[in-house]
Design a protein around this ligand. Structure first.
Ligand code: PLP
Length: 419
């Protein structure tokens, strides 16, 4: 049996030791939680923990204002509401993202418009965004996918030119830097998630940064996360002028968040190292395209995704994924099952039962082929995990396994060509 025989065909497995693991929560979180319960209130406006969590967050990101919320999805909705996105407005965003990116758009009765992506960074292509701008466009909702920043300079220029708001979805991109600048501080709003799968967790939760530095902008966002109650220091106003949901963070989540924030820098550094290592390793392998990360940027790898060169490999990404899994490397073919606009909600243009509103306000095109690069990414990509607890050996073995599987499928392609 050849040493290079795939494990899926009965050959030796590349990775035989378990990936590094560790505890995400410890005494630090417990101490914060104990103090919180001793406050005898878990309400953000009465307790100290949410205020502390946000003060720490603001320090770390060097922003003046932020608001705590109940989820990343909520953070994005708060930003949209505060930005004044409303019925019939169009918001340009990415078709490869968590569904939470678009939920708030539709709850504001605005219309998601999908722009195409760059083939190897999987982030919005500014040229495609420009083509999607219409008289109805109100905002660009950029997604910094997998810890890798979008190309913000042309996007900010375009937004200025067309008077559009820019909202950054940073749920997967803590401490990511675009040309030295932290993402989430470049556009008008930066939206973060602390759900249990992100770099840091409070169970569920989120943060919105308000980057204008203007007090009124901050207050509008703050109120939008709290039923439009206006609770500032000793002043509380419960006059209801506009509709807003209750997306408040509790003191328990903030307590855990305080302790988690202290670990964030080192979590991001380790993820950066691991992701960079994969990138370097994959550069040497024939038949795969590494994830494109600019030298000027700092990526904090929520996951690592690469693409297969179908001209070199005689396999689908599903076949590659299965072979790689058998080598002992957990992975997935693609990311989300299909681009967002191929989901029934968009194909049927129906978000709510019994009405096609707000889709009927727009003639937006959700047909297959409307973002061809994004569609191609999902059928040719392989996603592997990155985690702060992994070791250098874990990464080396991951690279070795990818190399082995790629070589195998490259040989099949060569044989097919000869036949
Ligand atoms: C996780 C995620 C969200 C939603 O965050 P929740 O806290 O789960 O609501 C939004 N956008 C992206 C890109 C995400 O990864």
């Amino acid at each position: 049996m050849s040493r290079q025989q795939l494990a899926i065909h009965g050959g030796p497995k590349t990775k035989t030791t378990p990936f590094g693991t560790g505890k995400r929560f410890g005494e630090e979180e417990l101490n914060e939680l104990r103090e919180t319960l001793e406050q005898n209130t878990l309400f953000y406006h009465f307790g100290k923990k949410t205020k502390q969590f946000l003060a720490d967050f603001n320090d770390m990101f060097n922003v003046k204002h932020s608001v705590a919320t109940s989820s990343g999805t909520a953070s994005i909705h708060v930003a949209l509401g505060a930005a004044g996105v409303s019925a019939g407005d169009e918001v340009i965003t990415s078709p490869i993202t968590d569904q939470g990116t678009v939920v708030g758009i539709l709850y504001q009765n605005a219309i998601p418009v999908f722009a195409d992506l760059k083939p190897y960074s999987f982030n919005l292509d500014p040229r495609s965004i420009e083509k999607k701008i219409t008289a109805k466009t109100k905002a660009i909702l950029v997604v910094h996918l997998a810890g890798n920043p979008c190309d913000m300079d042309p996007i900010m220029e375009m937004a200025e030119k067309h008077s559009l708001k820019v909202i950054e979805d940073c749920a997967q991109s803590y401490l990511t830097r675009y040309k030295g600048k932290l993402v989430g501080t470049i556009g008008d709003y930066g939206c973060f998630s602390t759900n249990d799968f992100k770099h840091i967790s409070t169970g569920d939760g989120g943060v919105v940064t308000i980057n204008s530095g203007v007090e009124a902008d901050y207050q509008r966002a703050h109120a939008f996360a709290d039923k439009n109650y206006r609770r500032f220091d000793d002043q509380v106003s419960k006059d209801i002028h506009y509709l807003a949901p209750n997306y408040r963070m509790t003191e328990l989540q903030s307590a855990v968040g305080i302790a988690q924030l202290r670990k964030l820098q080192s979590i991001c550094e380790r993820r950066h190292q691991h992701g960079q290592m994969l990138g370097e390793g994959l550069k040497e392998i024939k038949g795969v395209f590494p994830m494109e990360v600019s030298e000027e940027d700092w990526c904090t790898y929520w996951f690592y995704m690469f693409r297969l060169d179908m001209n070199v490999l005689g396999c689908t990404n599903v076949e590659f994924s299965e072979a790689l899994a058998a080598e002992g490397i957990p992975n997935a073919a693609g990311y989300i099952p299909k681009v967002l606009y191929e989901q029934p909600m968009f194909q049927n243009k129906q978000a709510y039962l019994h009405t096609t509103y707000p889709f009927n306000l727009s003639d937006v095109d959700y047909s297959q082929g409307s973002c061809p690069v994004a569609e191609e990414i999902l059928t040719s990509a392989i996603r592997v995990n990155v985690n702060e607890f992994f070791t250098k050996a874990d990464m080396e073995e991951t690279i070795a396994a990818i190399n082995k599987v790629a070589n195998h499928f490259a040989n099949i392609k060569v044989t097919e060509k000869i036949e």
